[in-house]
Design a protein around this ligand. Structure first.
Ligand code: E4P
Ligand code: PEP
Length: 439
């Protein structure tokens, strides 16, 4: 079976030369860091830690700016602080960034009405493949973009690494992350109170002479859907320490809902990787599918290697998820369960925007927690599409954004993201669910 969701490049020679160049490029991540993340994901699997995975639906090359990267990271750090402090659980921090440039699409073509005429062009598949502009030239897959992905990912990761180790992520900075528009919102004010409590705890630690390194820096990892075979293969290298194969374009990579066929090219590729990996499971996945995927992707049943990211939708999670979790657990399969409350809850607003309701997102996460609580298993984390900016892409939340409001600042090129206030609100709600889970 050929790989699904791949672009058809018109210029085979240009593709070979881009791939040949990519093969010579240095790794973006070190295999040892991937192993470190596997160990952290093993803690998630055992119920000792919680995964926060977040970032844009689709990164764009234009979005690689200092402000954009800092805002996203800042929001993720705020969310992590809320989950750690209010949820009383160690949080594994994983950006959906520095590589999230390729998108699977429901349809190969897109039709728009331009000047009263229906025009059909190839769908936008992410900046890794073609341009977002609705013109025939822009929509042609261009292999040079694969090198642009490498460069954009390198620039993003470089800045993230500088921020998380160079003082920006120092826990003593909890207040300074809470700036501008967020500060005046109820979620921002609640965060301010949490930050104040943390300050007091830090002052106490200082007074007793404790000064652990963990306060000054955080471990932060990168992830993306490994969709484009040409890119992912070119970025796969044999580790000189262990002779294992690692995808060195990100610490954690996942298989999407549309490409998780047991006999498909993506599963075949992933089974050879030593990175920690994820696999999406949507409402059509059966318990037997999950077991077969686990057997193929993690034959040694190694904890931390495999994460199932479930994305059923708020209306299906309570009926669909228990059967999966129950059977997989009964078979002794070691897997971290993570909830993606975004991809089962998308619809088009009356004003024509692809959107999600904040309440549906929360409802799916609550359903996910309820199912795990009922079965005595651990709800291991969340994967969210979010941004650090004040965009208007998802409906609801404390600011009560409505369908009319979407037009104000809708910037996503594919799916709607939670804005910064909604992301912090979500973190508080999930922290409460975590507390209930542990009660
Ligand atoms: O984030 C992912 C999207 O849901 C996926 O790429 C499909 O989007 P589409 O249904 O608009 O093609
Ligand atoms: C496309 C995505 O999700 P899914 O594969 O679950 O549809 C995604 O996470 O970007």
């Amino acid at each position: 079976m050929g790989a699904k969701q791949q672009p058809t490049y018109p210029d085979a020679e240009a593709l070979s030369s881009a791939v040949a160049r990519l093969r010579t490029m240095p790794p973006l991540v070190f295999a040892g860091e991937c192993d470190e993340l596997t160990a952290k994901m093993a803690a998630v699997t055992r119920g000792e830690a919680f995964l926060l995975q977040g970032g844009d639906c689709a990164e764009t090359f234009d979005g690689v700016t200092a402000d954009n990267v800092r805002n996203k990271l800042r929001t993720l750090l705020q969310m992590a602080v809320v989950l750690t402090y209010a949820g009383s659980v160690p949080v594994v921090k994983l950006g959906r960034l520095a590589g999230q440039y390729a998108k699977p699409r429901s349809s190969d073509m897109e039709t728009r009405t331009v000047d009263g005429q229906d025009i059909t062009l190839p769908a936008y598949r992410g900046d890794a493949v073609n341009g977002f502009d609705f013109t025939p030239e822009s929509r042609i897959p261009d292999p040079q973009r694969l090198l642009d992905v490498y460069n954009a990912s390198a620039a993003t990761l470089n800045l993230v690494r500088a921020f998380v180790t160079g003082g920006y992520a120092d826990l003593r900075q909890v207040h300074t992350w809470n700036t501008d528009f967020v500060k005046s919102s109820p979620a921002g004010q609640r965060y301010e109170a949490t930050a104040h409590d943390i300050d007091k705890a830090l002052a106490f630690m200082e007074a007793i002479g404790a000064d652990p390194d963990e306060l000054r820096r955080v471990d932060f990892y990168s992830s993306h859907e490994a969709l484009l075979m040409e890119y992912e293969h070119a970025m796969t290298r044999v580790d000189s320490r262990t002779q294992g194969s690692y995808n060195v374009s990100g610490h954690f990579v996942w298989i999407g809902e549309r490409t998780r066929d047991l006999d498909g090219a993506h599963v075949e590729y992933f089974r050879h990787l030593r990175n920690p990996i994820g696999c999406k499971l949507g409402p059509t996945a059966t318990a037997d599918d999950a077991l077969a995927l686990a057997a193929k992707l993690n034959p040694q049943n190694e904890p931390g290697r495999l994460t199932f990211i479930t994305r059923f939708g708020a209306d299906k999670v309570r009926d669909g998820l228990p059967g999966l979790v129950e059977k997989v657990t009964a078979e002794g399969v070691q897997v971290a369960w993570v909830c993606d409350p975004m991809h089962g809850n998308t619809f088009t607003s009356s004003t024509g925007y692809k959107t999600r309701r904040f309440d549906d997102v929360i409802d799916e996460v609550q359903g996910f927690f309820d199912v795990h609580r009922g079965l005595g298993t651990w709800p291991g984390g969340i994967l969210v599409e979010m941004t650090g900016d004040d965009v208007t892409e998802c409906i609801g939340g404390g600011e009560e954004l409505d369908e009319q409001g979407l037009a104000h600042r809708y910037e996503s090129v594919v799916d709607p993201r939670l804005n910064r206030v909604q992301s912090i609100e979500l973190a508080y709600l999930v922290a409460e669910m975590l507390r209930d889970q542990q009660a």
